[in-house]
Design a protein around this ligand. Sequence first.
Ligand code: ZN
Length: 305
Amino acid sequence: MIVRQLTCRAALNAHLFAQVRFPTGHRDMARPSSDLAAFRKMFSKANNIAIITGAGVSAESGVPTFRGAGGYWRKWQAQDLATPEAFSRNPSRVWEFYHYRREVMLTKNPNPAHLSIAECEERLSKQGRNVTVITQNIDELHRRAGSKNILEIHGSLFRTRCISCGHEESNYNSPICAALEGKGAPDPNTHDAQIPVQQLPRCELKGCHGLLRPAVVWFGETLDADILTNAEKVLDSCDLCLVVGTSSVVYPAAMFAPQVAARGVPVAEFNMEDTPATMRFKFHFHGPCGTTLPAALAPHESEQQ
Ligand SMILES: [Zn+2]
């Protein structure tokens, strides 16, 4: 039940992490990468591997996040548009933003990090071993790489939910509706398309015709309880945990990985930079995960073919 407890404690954890102090002299010095052979030995014995992934994995495929320095769509960042309030105020603008993000994904592809995770899952499943991806990414690149056991805790760009009847389904239409065709340009001088709400994506269930929204978790919204319960089970039962491309100060890695580490289970962090939690983890591998992960997850000499 660790995740449930932590839902309330996430803010506290973030506070605690902010208090972590490295010994003098360590602050400017990245933690050196761990011994890969030592990690590989643990990897070869693990039967239930949880892989938590975040924006860094998508960034290596060139997927924009619209957060942080320079991360703008028109005049806004994700936190301005990815909210229920923004959607009820201006559903046309929010749909333009998501339409753009969906269309951008047609030009992006899984990178070696996604592919090595998917390959590892398939290979280990033949040995009776499990790999589960818990991702905060909404771009479906893990799915496209071939991963099967995926918990998309923040939803997907390619799912819709009806705000009237609640029906949720996959949607890969391009454009998602006629009125959005050619809309969504990110340039700051672009004017809102101001699409009438009746012409935005609508529910196709008989007699409903409600307005659809992207089935993603927006700022201020709670996670899907079923997905959270499943993530909880995976984290409670894993005997090895990887944290890939996500800072361990922000949700969800701040909740998940340090608790797995506290259970005495080895955690390996793969990231471009150190995080305040880096020193809590047994392993840390520095660099682009498209480079570090394929080496880490390649077949081990002890694996039965
Ligand atoms: Zn509906």
